[in-house]
Design a protein around this ligand. Structure first.
Ligand SMILES: NC(=O)c1ccc[n+]([C@@H]2O[C@H](COP(=O)([O-])OP(=O)(O)OC[C@H]3O[C@@H](n4cnc5c(N)ncnc54)[C@H](O)[C@@H]3O)[C@@H](O)[C@H]2O)c1
Length: 467
């Protein structure tokens, strides 16, 4: 059983055999030529995920022709860290005019993605953007219009889809083991390490991140759309800020010069991390971007607990929640079908008695290196009504978001023609549909009413996705 499961999962990821959707991947280059890439936003994601690892792993197929950031110190450090020879820019238009890239990678602050995606398409480049596609419906419509006008390709870096557990769930759902799915319960718990980190910097401001309903939950809503294979039609939500921000009795300037380090359980010593020091602290003088800001700042205006209900075009109903101050990081998900139920979870404490360091856990998830072999596994339980339950063991991969990061990059840079049996490759419509749930949820909380997806842009929900 265990072996069969493993072979099935890795086989689907590595070999596959079904149709490719060419509109959602970038064309391969002719042998002997390199794809010319420019990148805007040389922060931790730009340099540490789309930067150095891409140079190291795909240098035979791509070349960086330009790097851009509003912070001149950070973009200079990025060039050195990535080990590239290209020019650096603080003006985006100049970079695009001079370097004429075939592919633009957008890894700036979320609320600025639209500006670079639209301009990038107009300059004739395909665009690979980090999630979320953008942060509100007006910007989303601008992107949809620009793509229609230019006919260029947009891809959204939804790395979670490629993780082993999430892929295996898609596989089980595709097999229709529990009949038609009618509802889904999905709950995501961010811990006091990772969850808190969102409140230290720009993510804590709605006008920069769109709130965690957009910045973080875009991953989860995209997974739901992909698993359910339908588009959302209506969203109802509740949310509140009652732990971070103004809710604490004391607050300092930032952790490095705070008088409350002895009594603040969230004290974060950035000086112990050389990479963060070089990327952010050394360059504060240019733009005042403080990486170890106080998470009790009064200006924080996002929710720290969120509950969302989603109705899909195929009548599936979802109950989703996101919590940001949990003692452990994990998730639970259940798909209720007409003939049974599929349960899965990750890292919930009742699974075993292991002591997990939450800080080390997060570091491993972001790490792009090779993970040591282990016998650990995730679990999926498929239970049939009036029948039996089957335990499916999925080999546990933590590093690089469950192994998804590397598979995503292989599909983009190594071989766009690789089989994509579960349609992992995400395009513009996928990026839009996932943020529209978060935007609708935010609006629902603000207005105190259910919000229909078709109120937001000219996209109309389909009972079967992408048809
Ligand atoms: N898929 C994932 O798992 C994942 C993980 C982390 C981050 N991300 C996404 O990656 C993006 C970057 O996140 P990060 O953590 O690296 O943030 P960051 O703050 O480290 O980097 C953002 C960079 O953008 C630059 N920037 C901001 N506005 C700009 C502008 N107008 N012009 C040029 N540069 C500008 C900043 O100076 C900074 O260097 C975000 O959209 C985030 O949502 C995705």
């Amino acid at each position: 059983m265990e072996r069969r499961t493993f072979i099935k999962t890795s086989g689907a990821l590595a070999a596959g055999g079904a149709m490719l959707n060419p509109s959602r991947v970038f064309a391969n280059k002719a042998a002997g030529t390199k794809k010319r890439i420019a990148l805007v936003g040389t922060g931790i994601r730009g340099t540490g995920f789309w930067g150095k690892p891409v140079v190291d792993n795909y240098g035979d197929l791509i070349e960086f022709v330009g790097l851009c950031d509003i912070n001149p110190g950070r973009v200079a450090y990025a060039k050195q860290f990535m080990g590239v020879n290209c020019n650096t820019y603080t003006d985006f238009d100049t970079m695009m005019k001079v370097t004429k890239p075939e592919l633009l990678i957008v890894t700036t602050v979320d609320a600025t993605h639209n500006e670079f995606i639209v301009k990038g398409l107009e300059y004739g480049a395909d665009v690979l953007t980090e999630k979320p596609l953008t942060t509100d419906e007006v910007k989303c419509q601008q992107i949809l219009d620009a793509q229609k006008k230019t006919g260029k390709n947009i891809k959204v870096g939804f790395n979670y889809r490629y993780g082993t557990l999430f892929t295996r769930l898609k596989e089980v759902l595709t097999e229709k083991r529990v009949g038609a799915i009618t509802s889904v319960d999905f709950h995501w718990y961010l811990n006091t390490y990772h969850g808190a980190d969102y409140f230290r910097r720009w993510h804590g401001l709605r006008n920069r991140s769109g709130s965690l309903l957009v910045h973080k939950a875009t991953h989860h809503f995209d997974l739901l759309n992909w698993w359910i294979d339908s588009d959302p039609v209506e969203v109802n939500a509740y949310g509140k800020l009652e732990h971070y921000g103004k809710n604490n009795a004391f607050r300092g300037n930032n952790c490095r010069n705070c008088p409350y380090t002895d009594k603040c359980k969230f004290f974060f010593d950035i000086t112990r991390d050389q990479q963060l020091m070089r990327l952010y602290v050394d360059n504060e003088k240019y733009d005042g971007y403080i990486r170890d800001n106080c998470l009790w700042r009064n200006e924080i205006d996002i929710f720290d607990k969120m509950a969302v209900q989603i109705k899909y075009a195929n009548d599936v109903q979802v109950s989703y929640s996101l919590t940001t101050y949990s003692p452990y990081e994990g998730l639970s998900i259940a798909f209720n079908g007409m003939k049974g139920r599929i349960d899965s979870w990750q890292d919930l404490p009742w699974r075993n008695q292991e002591k997990v360091s939450q800080a080390e856990r997060h570091a491993l998830e972001m790490n792009q290196g090779v993970e040591p072999e282990s016998s650990a596994y995730d679990e999926i339980i498929v239970s049939e009504n009036f029948g039996t339950s089957e335990l499916i063991k999925v080999p546990l991969v933590r590093s690089g978001h469950g192994g998804g990061d590397r598979r995503l990059q292989d599909q983009i840079f190594r071989n766009s023609d690789m089989p994509d049996p579960y349609k992992h490759a995400a395009g513009l419509r996928d990026g839009a549909m996932s943020i529209l749930i978060g935007i609708a949820a935010r609006k629902s909380i603000d207005d105190g009413r259910p919000v229909r997806i078709e109120e937001l842009t000219d996209l109309r929900p389909h009972a079967v996705r992408n048809q």
